[in-house]
Write a protein that binds this ligand. Structure first.
Ligand SMILES: [Zn+2]
Length: 62
C-alpha cells in the first residue's frame, strides 16, 4: 500500500507555504501567478512533498 504524498507549493525565497493563488477568470491574457503572502514573492513556485518541506527550508540561504 502506498500512501499518497501531498505536494505543497513553497516559496523559494522564504520557504513559506502560505501561497496565494489569485482567482482565475479575470483576464485570460494575463498570466495567473501565485504569490507568497509572507514575503510577497511573485512568480514560479516549486512544489515539494509535504515531508520535504523542512529539507527545502534548510536549503534556503538567508
Ligand atoms: Zn515567501
Amino acid at each position: 500500500m502506498t500512501e499518497k504524498e501531498k505536494y505543497v507549493k513553497i516559496c523559494p525565497q522564504c520557504g513559506s507555504t502560505n501561497i496565494k493563488i489569485p482567482p482565475a477568470g479575470m483576464d485570460i491574457k494575463m498570466t495567473q501567478q501565485d504569490y507568497c503572502t509572507d514575503c510577497g514573492f511573485w512568480g514560479m513556485f516549486p512544489e515539494v512533498k509535504e515531508s520535504k518541506i523542512k529539507e527545502f527550508k534548510k536549503q534556503i540561504k538567508k
